[in-house]
Design a protein around this ligand. Sequence first.
Ligand SMILES: Nc1nc2c(ncn2[C@@H]2O[C@H](COP(=O)(O)OP(=O)(O)OP(=O)(O)O)[C@@H](O)[C@H]2O)c(=O)[nH]1
Length: 341
Amino acid sequence: MRRDSFSLLRESMRWRVALVLAVLVTVLMVALGTLNTRLGLQDTALLAWMVLGVSASCTVALLVLPRGIGGTIFFTAIAALLVGAVAFGYEHGRPMQHWAYILPPVLIFLMRSSRALVGMVIYGVYVSWVTSALVPLIEVVRFASGYGLLVCFMYTYALLQERAAAMLRYHSDHDALSNCFNRRTFNEAIAGLTASGGDRRCTFLLIDIDHFKAINDQHGHLVGDRVITQVAAELGRVLDPGVPLFRYGGEEFAIMLADADEGTGLALAERLRVAIAGSDFVGVLVMVSIGVAEWRANQGSVAAALGRADRALYAAKRSGRNRVVGDSASATVPIAERVEA
Ligand SMILES: Nc1nc2c(ncn2[C@@H]2O[C@H](COP(=O)(O)OP(=O)(O)OP(=O)(O)O)[C@@H](O)[C@H]2O)c(=O)[nH]1
C-alpha cells in the first residue's frame, strides 16, 4: 500500500519511540532481574528475565521487520507481557502494581485517543480487582487514584497529539491562500495513480484565470489574492464532494477526475467555466480557460497526459480565452506556438 509523506513521517517517529522504549525495557529488566536475584526473590527475577527475553526478541523484530510491522509486534507483545505480569504476580502473592504504570504510554502508541482510554480504564480496573484480593483496600485506592491521574494525563496528551497531527496534516496538504489541496498533494496523487497500475484511467482539467496579471496590475495584489480564493471557492461549489481541487501554480488550478473519460471532463469543465463567468467578483471581471486531457494506464505516462492538458489550456488561451479545449481538439497546436502565446 502506498503511504503519503505525512504517514511515513509519523511511522518513522513511532518507530524511533518504539526503539527507545525497547532499550528502556531492556535496561529495566536487566536491573530488576539482577536485583531480585541478589535479594533472593526468585519469582520476580524469573519474570524479569522472561520479559527481557521476549522484549529482546521484539527489539530484533523491530530492527529486522519492515517498520510498521516491527513496531506493532513490539507494542502488542509489551502490552501482553504487562497483563501477564500482573496475573503472574497475583498467582505468586505479589500484585506488582508498578507494572500498571508502564502500560498507558504503550497503549497510547498501540491505539489512539478514545480506544486507548478504554483500554487504560479496563486495565486499571483489572489491576485494582487483582490486587484487592492481596493487599489492604487503602493500597488499592492509592493505586487507583494515582493510575487514574496518569490515565487523565495521557489521554489529554493523546488528544492534543491527535489534534496537532490533524492540523499539521491539513497545513501540509493544503494551500494557505485558496484552501484547496497544494501542489505537493497533487504530486502524491499522480504518483499514486502511476503506482496503482491496472486498467485505470482519469481525466485532468487544468484551469487558469485569464489575464490575471492585468487584474493584479489594475486592482492590486490583495484583490488578486481575493480573486484566487474566490475562484477556488466557486470551483469547489460546482465539484462533487469527493472530487479534489488542487492549486497547481500561481493562478492555475488542477482537477483529477478518477475513472472519467475526456467527454465527462469536458462537460464538467464547461460547467466550471460558466460558473466562474457568472459569479460576482465585486468589480473585477474574472474568467477562466480550461484544458482537458485523459490518461489511461496503458497509453503513456501521467506526465505526458498533463503535458497534453497543458497544451489544450494554451490552445484555449490562444483561441480567445474564457473557453474549454480538449486534448483531441488541441493536438494540432505545436508546443513552440504554445510557448509564444
Ligand atoms: N495576487 C497574486 N498574484 C499571483 C499569485 N501567484 C501568481 N500571481 C501572479 O499571476 C500573474 C500571472 O500572469 P501570467 O502568467 O502572465 O498570466 P495572465 O496574466 O493570467 O495571462 P493569461 O494566463 O495568458 O491569461 C503573475 O503576474 C504573477 O505574479 C498569487 O498568489 N497572488
